[in-house]
Design a protein. Structure first.
Length: 351
């Protein structure tokens, strides 16, 4: 034990390592540097008695492990940052779970950050993740602003934008093809005999939301159906109340649509409540389809038809690009559209 400590002390002096380093912890605990590393990183079983010695030494020296250590040694941290805009949204909750499972199988751990759709908060999380030397960042952008992403990409951090299609061309983007999803949903309603179709828009436009709305518009124009502005109110916010308040405007119209498409599932459920609170029945009075498909849709009193987005498929594509970039040094930018499909349930009537 004495010889080991002498060797470690010699190493510390030779490398001019400051006190309160991992070497000092090893000397204090009377163990090897490797043992200290295993205790701190939980990478190998260490006897309880030895672990207590290490933890006691860490506390005594007030040692804080450098988050840059593995990076400085040229090794991967095996950590990946995931930034989503709304953790309470069931779609993003399911997507986060699928990503975590897929990346865990690939040997990585995910750190989840909730931006709450706020650009400033998103930017702060990016800085935090970068300081922790994550191997990459997966992000569902909160806005159409990309200067913060450009900055960290230029500095060497690997970033993948997912779910939402973005305009920024110098970033890998795995996105839901919202245009085709909205087009299919509108086309389906037209085939079911509906001529008056509404669309509950996002409370504020982002590039991906304008594409969804365009898919709806183009499907109507292809069949030479008149587009009625009053049929397309905006949700007042991104939550259930947003859909509820928007649909109240529609059901109060003298000339009402017979079918409604909603920008997402949360807005769709809010819309259903507004329709029922006004005494109308789904689908007899109003047919409805929402973007996003989750397990709640099938358990509603009238199960909700959806433009279904497969989170697991998206997660697998993300890991594929991630590993190609980090392990195989693939440098070409990838733009991968994920095609949604219609999940037909009970909320659409034929007229």
């Amino acid at each position: 034990m004495i010889n080991r400590n002498i060797r470690i002390e010699s190493l510390r002096k030779k490398k001019n390592i400051k006190k309160k380093s991992i070497v000092d912890v090893a000397i204090e605990a009377g163990v090897s540097v490797t043992t200290v590393s295993h205790v701190m990183n939980k990478t190998r079983y260490v006897k309880e008695e030895t672990e207590k010695k290490v933890l006691k030494a860490i506390k005594k020296l007030d040692y804080v492990m450098s988050l840059n250590a593995s990076s400085l040694r040229g090794k991967k941290t095996k950590l990946v940052g995931l930034i989503i805009p709304e953790v309470s949204n069931l779609f993003f909750a399911q997507l986060s779970s699928d990503l975590e499972n897929v990346f865990f199988e690939g040997g990585y751990s995910l750190t989840l950050c909730n931006s709450e759709g706020n650009f400033k908060r998103e930017s702060e999380y990016i800085n935090i993740l970068k300081s922790r030397n994550v191997d990459g960042i997966i992000i569902v952008p909160a806005s159409d602003r990309y200067e913060h992403l450009k900055k960290i990409i230029d500095e060497g951090t690997f970033v993948i934008s997912i779910v939402r299609e973005i305009k920024y061309s110098k970033i890998d983007n795995i996105f839901i093809d919202g245009y085709s999803g909205a087009f299919k949903a509108t086309e389906y309603l037209l085939d079911m005999g509906h001529k008056k179709i509404g669309f509950i828009r996002r409370h504020e436009d982002l590039y991906h939301s304008t594409l969804r709305f365009k898919g709806y518009i183009d499907a109507l124009r292809e069949r030479e159906i008149k587009i009625v502005k009053e049929f397309c109110p905006r949700a007042t916010d991104f939550y259930y109340s947003g859909g509820y308040n928007a649909v109240k405007k529609i059901v109060d119209l003298k000339d009402k649509p017979t079918a409604i498409i909603t920008h997402n599932n949360i807005i769709g459920i809010g819309a259903i409540k507004a329709i029922k609170d006004k005494g109308y029945i789904i689908p007899e009075d109003f047919s409805i389809i929402s973007f996003d498909n989750n397990f709640i849709n099938q358990y509603l009193e009238t199960s909700l038809s959806s433009i279904a987005i497969p989170p697991k498929k998206l997660a697998v594509e993300v890991l594929k690009i991630f590993l190609n970039r980090l392990d195989n040094n693939v440098t070409s930018i990838k733009k991968v559209p994920i095609k949604p499909f219609l999940k037909i349930r009970q909320s659409v009537a034929k007229i």
